[in-house]
Design a protein around this ligand. Structure first.
Ligand SMILES: Cc1ncc(COP(=O)(O)O)c(C=O)c1O
Length: 328
């Protein structure tokens, strides 16, 4: 049995497989997104920092009111934003909350830095727990890191997917905000994300690194992201309702199967505690054609992670198969 990393499951589908694996929305992006495709005429290199209209539109968002478009960099998803900002530091320690999104430790190490684990949360709502951090705790983290002069990377890719409780957007000269069009706008394959920092020296370092690595982010995808941002907000509200119904279905289904788990407050993941997670993930895949992820990849070896980015019928079928595995 070899369960090395999520790579063995990413993109695996068909043949009756129910995948609770990848966190990729199955719902369509806003319809406006495709309107720009037939008109695309520009095929030359784009600005390394990102299309001006997209950066301008981002700077007008409520969270960034009064900021400057020059403090944004458009990246190949939030993934590249996190990678570039860490590599621009290149040495030192990174305090990570546990459990964490599985890519954090590898990119921290690839940047020549050392991961140090705590229970602190700055990916709110979180992948894999779906939980939202307490507002006062976030404010304390914000203050403490300001006082100590520590850079705070706030991964906000799930900030629009909140079902209960209030979230708090970290800000300040030491905060690097990372976000993406992958989740809110269901555009993960287009690979558009961004980072924002008040600190121009961080922004410039990232641009310099990007100049010598991926160069500009795909210009057509950026135009599509621009359309998504301008689409009526009802798109996000409609998606939200669907996600919440799915959350209720999977949460109640897993509780009925006797599993112990937190009720997710945001994002689209559940993280139940199970007996023998390795055997469960392996047998569910090999014997029941159900993909789940090992909690160990997220820093918790007693759990498994399930993404509920599937329609209700598939969630119900998946729950049935999990019930069968559990002998129910
Ligand atoms: C917490 C978190 N950050 C970043 C990413 C990467 O997102 P992107 O598709 O924008 O690279 C993911 C994807 O699942 C995620 O869960």
């Amino acid at each position: 049995m070899e369960l090395k990393s999520p790579a063995m499951f990413i993109g695996v589908h068909g043949e009756g497989i129910i995948s609770f694996g990848s966190g990729q929305p199955d719902l369509p992006p806003p319809k406006e997104v495709c309107s720009v495709v037939p008109q695309q005429k520009a095929f030359k290199y784009g600005l390394i920092q990102g299309n001006e209209n997209l950066r301008h539109e981002l700077s007008k968002q409520e969270q960034f009111k009064g900021t400057d478009q020059d403090n944004f960099v458009i990246t190949n998803g939030a993934s590249e934003a996190i990678d570039l900002v860490l590599r621009s530091f290149g040495s030192g320690k990174v305090l990570l909350h546990a459990p964490y999104y599985y890519s954090y430790p590898p990119v921290v190490k690839a940047a020549g830095m050392k991961p140090v684990y705590t229970q602190t949360l700055i990916n709110s709502p979180s992948n894999p727990t779906g939980r939202i951090q307490d507002v006062n705790t976030l404010k304390e983290i914000e203050k403490l890191t300001t006082d100590l002069g520590i850079v705070l990377i706030s991964d906000e890719v799930y900030k629009d997917l909140i079902y209960e409780r209030q979230n708090y957007m970290l800000s300040g000269p030491h905060v690097v905000t990372v976000n993406s069009f992958s989740k809110t706008f269901a555009m993960c394959g287009l690979r558009v994300g961004y980072l924002y920092s008040n600190d121009k020296s961080i922004v410039n370092e990232v641009i310099e690194l990007k100049t010598h690595t991926s160069m500009n982010t795909n210009i057509l995808a950026q135009d599509m992201a621009y359309e998504a941002l301008k689409a009526p907000h009802t798109y996000v509200e409609k998606q939200h309702k669907i996600w919440q119904e799915r959350r209720d279905l999977i949460y109640e289904g897993l509780c009925d199967l006797g599993l112990e788990l937190w009720k997710p407050e945001g994002a689209f993941y559940v993280f139940p505690k199970v007996k023998n997670p390795k055997k469960m993930v392996w047998d569910l895949y090999k014997k029941h054609k159900v993909i789940t992820y090992l909690g160990e990849w997220f820093g918790d070896s007693e759990r498994i992670r399930l993404s509920y980015a599937l329609d209700k019928a598939e969630i119900e079928e998946g729950l049935k198969r999990i019930g069968k595995y559990l002998g129910q």
